[in-house]
Design a protein around this ligand. Structure first.
Ligand code: ADP
Ligand code: MG
Length: 488
């Protein structure tokens, strides 16, 4: 290849492609008179397939031809500039990229492009700094933002899949309202709560809902980390202009886990400006964090107070009812046959967060499909012992004995006594049963704490109460009440 004119590649320099790929013609002029495709023809609507589709097909073809690595380095970053008089101008971001594309890939690009765009006789590569506006007249920011959105959204995180209970009803209601209203409802909407309680789920649900209702609204969902990453990236390429530009065309901006922006001064500053610009412009901003705005540490005062101006809704840890509801819903969705009792057991014992509940269910499902039979409370307890131990607040036998004694109105000393009167023996059995299900102690260990009883006595007690829970409504209610009292 001639070193003098590295940016231009003419017809004659190409060899071989049409032989390998007979479906492509090497003859650019066969497609139409040169010069008929103007620059606007590239960017304007061209029937069902626009220029971006055509370019995508070109790069896909290139990808097959030259392999993933080379493609990603050299072809993927290219942008279509214009097509004029049979010359397709591509934009590269550096001299190196221009040299490489021109010397190695231009021939192939020309032939493939000719098939897609028509009348491409020459490929020209120019270096364009990333900040410069592209030839494309469409809002350049809209597209990448939209792509980023769909890439990061979990299809399962919808309103329909969100189980509502007391602890999250406010957050759910305002999220729904925000998603449904065509105008800005609360600005900003600030959702906060501990890990795994459904903040991300609600944000994705809002995004899905808006997309469905009105695809023309530009919704951008970003984790705070990604926001920072993009910003730092922009700084590196001295391209904060287009960084800002991206957000200017946004209708709904969601930043998840904003606590991660704490402490990073320049990002905070940028976030603050972006945030203000959007809110002042009447765009919806939705923020999530693990703490309320006032409690966000390492965050500038004015930003903290600004974040609290709109609607602040917190998600409380799921209570027993909600945990059970979520488990039932998830088991149903996954078409898992888990006995109610096992679900109740899990809802009792795993109280930290919803993610752990899901993890437990997944493990149970995997186990059930492996062994091919339904899971019992015992096998669930064994299967999840690590989870249960880590998750449950350690309840002591001592506490159990006190609670049970108080509930049945007997003296705590009766828990250790040898008396067998039924009004005393039954509460003692309930306490042993709870000790077995709420702690990780073995039968002999429990026996020892009940006045030195034999492990078989404890086993018998546990079995009796298990049976009664299934048949005797009164006992079932006692046990369930005591359980939740001890769990909290
Ligand atoms: P966060 O962002 O608050 O840390 P996530 O939104 O990631 O929590 O939720 C963790 C997991 O729990 C997700 O899989 C989510 O679908 C699920 N989840 C949380 N709350 C609910 C709920 N109320 N109903 C159904 N699933 C939920
Ligand atoms: Mg989250």
């Amino acid at each position: 290849m001639s070193g003098r004119d590295t940016t231009n590649v003419t017809d004659t320099q190409y060899q071989g492609y049409s032989q390998d790929h007979p479906d492509h013609t090497d003859n650019g002029s066969a497609i139409g008179p040169a010069g008929t495709t103007s620059a606007t023809g590239l960017t304007g609507p061209t029937g069902t397939t626009g220029p971006n589709d055509a370019w995508e097909r070109v790069t896909n073809r290139m990808r097959q031809d030259i392999g993933e690595a080379a493609w990603r380095n050299w072809i993927k970053p290219l942008r279509v500039g214009r097509l004029e008089d049979g010359t397709l101008t591509l934009e590269a971001s550096s001299n190196l990229a221009r040299e490489r594309v021109t010397s190695q890939y231009a021939d192939r690009l020309r032939v493939i492009s000719a098939a897609e765009f028509g009348s491409v006789k020459k490929i020209e590569v120019r270096v364009v700094s990333r900040a410069a506006p592209r030839m494309s007249q469409q809002k350049p920011a809209t597209k990448p933002a939209g792509e980023a959105l769909s890439a990061g959204l979990d299809p399962r995180y919808t309103f329909a899949n969100f189980v509502v209970g007391k602890p999250n009803e406010l957050a759910f209601a305002v999220a729904r309202r925000t998603a449904e209203s065509a105008t800005v409802a609360f600005n900003p909407l600030f959702l906060y709560g501990g890990v795994g309680l459904g903040k991300t789920h609600l944000m994705h649900a809002i995004a899905w809902h808006i997309r469905e209702q009105d695809p023309s609204r530009n919704v951008v969902y970003l984790s705070a980390e990604k926001f920072m990453y993009r910003f730092v990236q922009a700084l590196r390429f001295r391209d904060t202009m287009s960084f800002k530009e991206q957000f200017r065309s946004v209708d709904v901006l969601m930043i998840d886990d904003v606590q991660f922006i704490s402490g990073k001064d320049s990002t905070q500053e940028e976030f603050f400006h972006t945030f203000n610009a959007l809110v002042e412009d009447g765009r919806q901003v939705i923020i999530s964090a693990d703490k309320s705005p006032t409690d966000l540490e390492g965050m500038e005062e004015r930003l903290r107070s600004r974040l609290g101006w709109g609607m602040v809704a917190d998600i409380h840890p799921a209570d027993y009812e909600l945990r059970l509801g979520i488990l039932q819903a998830k088991a149903e969705q996954a078409r898992l046959a888990v006995p109610d009792k096992v679900l109740e057991f899990l809802a009792h014992r795993i109280s930290s967060n919803v993610r752990e509940l899901e993890g437990a269910l997944t493990r149970i499902a995997a186990h059930a499909s492996l062994v091919g039979r339904e899971i019992s409370i015992d096998s669930a307890a064994e299967l999840l012992s690590d989870l249960l131990r880590a998750s449950s607040r350690q309840v002591s036998v001592d506490e159990i004995q006190k609670r049970v004694a108080a509930h049945y109105d007997v003296r705590v000393a009766e828990m250790f006594s040898a008396r067998r009167a039924r009004n005393i023996a039954r509460p003692r059995q309930v306490a042993m049963y709870l000790a077995k299900t709420l702690t990780s102690l073995s039968y002999p260990e429990i026996g020892r704490q009940f006045g030195g009883r034999d492990h078989t006595t404890v086993m018998h007690a546990v079995r009796s109460i298990e049976g009664l829970v299934a048949t005797d409504q009164g006992i079932a209610e006692d046990v369930s009440l005591l359980r939740s009292l001890l769990a909290n």
